[in-house]
Design a protein around this ligand. Sequence first.
Ligand SMILES: [Zn+2]
Length: 347
Amino acid sequence: MDRATFPLRYTRQIRFPRVGIAGQSKLLAARVVLVGCGALGAGLAEILVRSGVGHLRLVDRDIVDATNLGRQATYTQRDADMGLPKAAALAEHLRSFNPEVEIEPHVADFEAATAPALLDGCQLVLDGTDNLEARYLINDLCVRAGIPWIYGACVGASGMTAVVLPGETPCLRCLFPDPPPLGTLETCESAGIIAPVAALIASLQAGEALKLLCGDTAALRRTLLQVEMWPWRLVELGGAKPTPRADCPACGQRKFEFAEGARAAKAAVLCGRNSVQLRRGNVAGSVDLNALARRLEQHFTVTHNGWVLRVCAEGLDLTLFDDGRALVSGTGDPAVARGVFDRVVGS
Ligand SMILES: [Zn+2]
């Protein structure tokens, strides 16, 4: 394809020599999966679609609500009023930004049983999720299949991102072998979040995605980047050329516990009770309900009777047991139950 046959929208990007005509052709032929369409995901999707990434598959289980509008790019008041699924609403907006690329929305929970099919045929996976279980699952599936993925996370005014090139750079389990104990990490629901840190991390992820899709792997940042925005602090971990760890369960020992479902959460709809039981796969030992109560009671109505912890959030009742089990009452939809659990307790 010569310069004249490209749509005008890519002119400035083609003029940047490290993209050029060759890079733009690769972007238009690219197939990318984005898991999670919240603040990171929506920001990432907009940049990639405007840049001409030819095929973007969106995966998200949530609906748009008013609390998303303070930071999640592209979503509108109408999306929230109509309660549209994020994947569907985002697909509609993205098509209006660039009708020349193909957008494939999936309103679905990203879990071990269904995730491999959602990654089928892709060359890059982008992390726009809000929970660790999904990230460890992405890591297992990508390391097992040799697909690059780009990790991103943010809460409060802090963010973190890394590019995982299986076999070349450390994977998520090289960096953090196991997720932290259940309920110990802050979430955007408990600690809040400011819009610019989500936009910054999404931009950093999108920049590495463009380099990778243009085939300029030598230019990729290979460090784990940690950003504190308020007050400002930037830390890059891993040295000049970090490599995978030989003792890593995933890329060293080829054990894929998250992909095989051994450490996945199990959800069961409780008949006739409008409730879902969640059993987390990550829990080793008992959950410190006292510590969790102290963290959550700053933000929610919490009761703790020594045996179970009850939290009211988003119109639902969560009852947590110290073996990591939870009952979510007020919904019969496992995806809704998982969503509120991950936002409030974290996973
Ligand atoms: Zn690893």
